[in-house]
Write a protein that binds this ligand. Structure first.
Ligand SMILES: [Zn+2]
Ligand SMILES: [Zn+2]
Ligand SMILES: [Zn+2]
Length: 304
């Protein structure tokens, strides 16, 4: 006999009916008393069916989402299967407006440690979002993410799931964290030189057009010379290697390169520091690469 494979309406996780443990972690949500769940699923663009089940993980996510929205939009009747979360959600409703700040035009409620911030699925292997990924989501897609935000380990979608109904209401602590994160990212961007190792904006072509080398080639070169380089508080070995190749490739003046690499020192010193770095890298490359017969010596500026 063929049995229809049933899976979670929200995330697609398969419910193996033969396995008792898995079966217990699913619930049927077809009936009318689950209206609030249906509404939330619809808001997330999920198509409703006559027979629906949901996994416990997704259910927990949606319960939290309901609490964040407050009871106003989603009428929850006492007959509802409120069970496990009843107490703290009641409390949440009462203090809701006093405790939260509504940020208009930004979406996402910050319960994002449970699901992927992009596809909103729960049943996946996930990793933490970096600060710059989180700020990019905010800037490019107006999606708020918490510091605990996760994403699929494998690339899942190019545009994050629309959440126009999921308003961002932040607690005082969340607001403080957000301002702090924004300041950190602003500081990073303000001090990021033309080319850096972990730039989220640049493409490989940017590195090639400025230096003649791809990002991975530049990184390899840095690994080779870094052990011989004097440590400097002004620049990382990677930046020094980039500066060297930018000079060869573009022949911009050292003063101009000083601007591109955000060299911050007194006016008379900018030129000199860029030039010093250039000559230092020339020496390091000669000592390491040339002596390894990889041959930088034959490269002219035009070739680079
Ligand atoms: Zn699910
Ligand atoms: Zn809340
Ligand atoms: Zn995903």
């Amino acid at each position: 006999m063929m049995t229809k494979l049933s899976c979670c309406t929200n995330c697609g996780r398969i419910c193996h009916t033969k396995n008792r443990a898995t079966k217990q972690s699913f619930r049927t949500i077809s009936s009318k008393k689950h209206r609030w769940l249906h509404d939330l699923l619809l808001a997330r663009g999920v198509e409703l069916e006559s027979e629906m089940i949901i996994c416990n993980q997704c259910r927990a996510v949606l319960c939290r989402e309901r609490n964040h929205r407050g009871s106003k939009h989603l009428q929850v009747t006492p007959s509802d299967d409120y069970d496990d979360e009843t107490d703290d959600s009641q409390e949440h409703f009462e203090h809701f407006d006093l405790k939260h700040i509504l940020i208009t035009n930004i979406f996402g409620n910050g319960d994002d440690d449970l699901y992927c911030s992009w596809c909103m699925k729960t049943n996946v292997t996930m990793m933490k979002l970096t600060l710059s990924e989180r700020i990019s989501l905010l800037l490019e897609h107006r999606v708020y993410t918490s510091r605990k935000a996760m994403k699929c380990s494998q690339p899942c979608c190019t545009i994050p799931h629309k959440r126009s109904q999921e308003l961002t209401k932040l607690s005082a602590e969340q607001v403080i964290d957000l301002v702090d994160d924004l300041m950190t990212e602003l500081y990073n961007i303000k001090n990021t030189p033309l080319l850096s190792e972990n730039d989220t904006i640049l493409h490989d072509e940017d590195y090639v057009s400025w230096t003649g080398w791809s990002l991975s080639q530049l990184k390899d070169m840095t690994t080779l010379v870094a052990p011989y380089m004097r440590t400097s508080t002004y620049r990382t070995p990677f930046e020094a290697v980039c500066l060297f190749w930018v000079k060869l490739k573009t022949n911009l003046s050292f003063r101009q390169i000083g601007t591109l690499f955000k060299i911050t020192t007194s006016e008379d010193n900018i030129r000199r520091r860029a030039e010093d770095t250039f000559h230092a890298v020339t020496t390091y490359l000669n000592n390491t690469i040339v002596s390894n017969n990889l041959g930088v010596a034959h490269l002219t500026r035009i070739e680079a």
